[in-house]
Design a protein around this ligand. Structure first.
Ligand code: NG1
Ligand code: ZN
Length: 547
């Protein structure tokens, strides 16, 4: 079917979704993100690409419209692959190409991709479309659907949903519902069903109290938590804050997971109650952060803390099953050094470090039977191999196996149902953390006692061209400019427990500098010294960095 004519595609583009921006944009770790007003044509073209991808994979493909934790006037789009994973990396270049060609080159580009992958152009494929609560999302979603229709695909509109819900729907559709029912009700039933089985009828346990203050970031996470409040009742008393009406301009503003993590501050709108457990989700509810205040001190429980808590609990339950499975944890270089030490030395769980970006973490986690992964910023989940699931089911169903081992296997099977394996899911992660704290009888203070974070500092340096910075060893060492890494090594050597690395951001036009050391002052100082070196050796613009 190569070299067919897709004139309607061009006509539609020219009349309804003309390309209005000259500058090229790049499909990055989080898909495309920009000011919402510039994205109409990009959405239309992602609708086209989704149909091509779906025909190639002979499966439903997802399109999520969101700019996550960005401010309300921004928006974005990402494609979701058949098993609910992020778009395969080798297709990112096609997404970039589709977004940047002229309207009159669209037809040719479609023919090019059809030819390269030998895509059958007859299947009436489903494209699962979801959007966050941004005021720009409805019209952008319409543009996506126009693209889907232009190539005779079938758009399935899920309306306003969280990013992880959309990933879940795609996985359900493509596994013939083995993963669950591809409906919102199916999602709530799966998660709350597992939660109820795991927690039983005891609502509190030891130091654990079933009360949680929840910051919905004035986004979709606030809308969807209401179903959980209803379905869980007093089992978990979720007190929700930051649920402004759509279009208030308050989305992610001074609240939400990204604000709390990056500012290390309590969000606005949540009452400060000493020692009480609080959590924040981000604008599309795929990131989660826990925190509390005590004696006017702010305590943050980030992705590293969640990863260690989850891994330690899974290890404990796994040991009780008597089944041999390998459990591993995946982090990025941004993970606090104290967490890495704790995992490797205390928990004795193998830990891997990969490049920034969820797709790298997810991919590496699949190497284990049970792979836990989290970015420090609170995005993460757990993936289980088929081998793990089969062995657990076998043990749970084998009446000749001792009762305690069978119960432990059942617990793990319920935990699998509670977890959204497709992608980090703030609400599912929250239910998991609550379940573990409940099982252990811990309050948030007890959880924090596992290890003490090393003081750290993240800085941004603006340079002429950030691509001059290249790295290796999961971004932990800088390759170019050649003179930079020896300078970093020399600076790090001056500090007790010092560690620092630099890399070009994938989402902003800046170079990021990370530093940690044994004291706050030293971490700050090391960060500034390294940032100055970056400025000096990598073509810094503006003033040299200061504390
Ligand atoms: P960049 O801008 O490439 O550092 C940021 C976050 C990532 C990830 C992506 C995508 C940090 C240091 N980096 O990437 O963890 O979340 O955005 O959203 O937080
Ligand atoms: Zn997000």
């Amino acid at each position: 079917m190569a070299n067919s004519s897709y004139r309607t595609v061009y006509a539609f583009a020219r009349e309804m979704h003309p390309k209005t921006v000259k500058e090229d944009i790049l499909y990055g770790t989080a898909g495309f993100r920009a000011k919402a007003s510039t994205l109409g044509y990009v959405m239309y073209r992602m609708g086209l690409l989704a149909v091509l991808r779906a025909r190639y994979k002979r499966a439903a493909i997802g399109v999520m419209i969101t700019a996550s934790h960005n401010p309300e006037p921004d928006n974005g789009v990402k494609l979701v692959d058949p098993m609910g994973e992020m778009l395969e990396q080798s297709w990112e270049k096609w997404a970039t190409k589709f977004a940047n060609v002229g309207d009159d080159q669209l037809e040719e580009t479609i023919n090019e991709i059809i030819k390269e992958y030998d895509i059958p152009m007859t299947d009436r494929v489903e494209i699962v479309v979801g959007k966050d609560t941004r005021p720009s999302s409805p019209s952008l979603s319409k543009s996506v659907m126009d693209g889907v229709l232009a190539l005779s695909g079938k758009p399935v509109d899920y309306g306003i949903v969280t990013t992880p819900q959309l990933h879940y729907f795609v996985a359900c559709k493509n596994t013939k519902r083995v993963y669950g029912e591809p409906t919102e009700e199916g999602y709530y039933a799966k998660l709350t069903g597992a939660f109820k089985k795991l927690r039983g009828e005891t609502y509190t346990n030891g130091k654990y109290r079933n009360r949680l203050l929840y910051d919905g970031a004035n986004g979709v996470g606030a809308k969807k938590i209401k179903y959980f409040q209803e379905l869980l009742g007093n089992r978990l008393k979720i007190e929700m804050f930051n649920d402004a009406i759509i279009g208030s301009g308050k989305l992610n503003h001074l609240c939400g997971a990204d604000h709390v993590k990056s500012q290390q501050k309590f969000p606005t709108g949540v009452p400060v109650e000493s020692g009480v457990r609080c959590c924040s989700v981000d604008g599309d509810a795929d990131r989660l952060i826990y925190y509390y205040m005590e004696e006017n001190n702010f305590h943050l429980m980030d992705g590293d803390r969640m990863a260690t808590l989850i891994a330690s609990y899974l290890k404990e339950v796994l040991e009780k099953t008597g089944i041999e499975l390998d459990l591993g944890l995946v982090q990025t270089a941004y993970a606090n050094g104290a967490s890495t030490d704790y995992i490797a030395k205390k928990l004795r769980v193998p830990v891997a470090c990969v490049s920034t970006g969820v797709k790298h973490l997810h991919h590496k986690a699949l190497d284990y039977d049970i792979g836990v992964y989290f970015e420090a910023n609170g995005h993460g989940t757990v993936v289980f191999s088929k081998n793990a699931k089969d062995k657990l089911k076998e043990t749970a169903n084998d009446s000749s196996v001792a009762g305690e081992r069978r119960t432990a296997a059942e617990t793990l099977l319920n935990l699998i149902d509670l977890i959204n394996e497709t992608v980090g899911d703030a609400i599912s992660d929250m239910l998991l953390i609550e379940t573990i704290l409940h099982a252990k009888g811990w309050d948030i203070q007890e959880w924090e006692r596992a290890y003490t974070d090393l003081p750290n500092r993240l800085m941004k340096v603006t340079v002429e061209d950030r691509t001059v910075i290249t790295t290796t060893d999961a971004e932990r060492r800088c390759v170019t400019p050649e003179s930079l890494q020896p300078e970093i090594d020399a600076l790090v050597a001056k500090y007790k427990r010092g560690r620092s690395f630099v890399r070009a951001s994938g989402t902003e036009d800046i170079v990021r500098v990370y530093a940690e050391a044994s004291t706050r002052e030293e971490a700050d100082q090391l960060a500034v010294e390294v940032a100055k070196k970056v400025h000096e050796l990598a073509g810094g613009t503006g003033n040299p960095p200061e504390i």
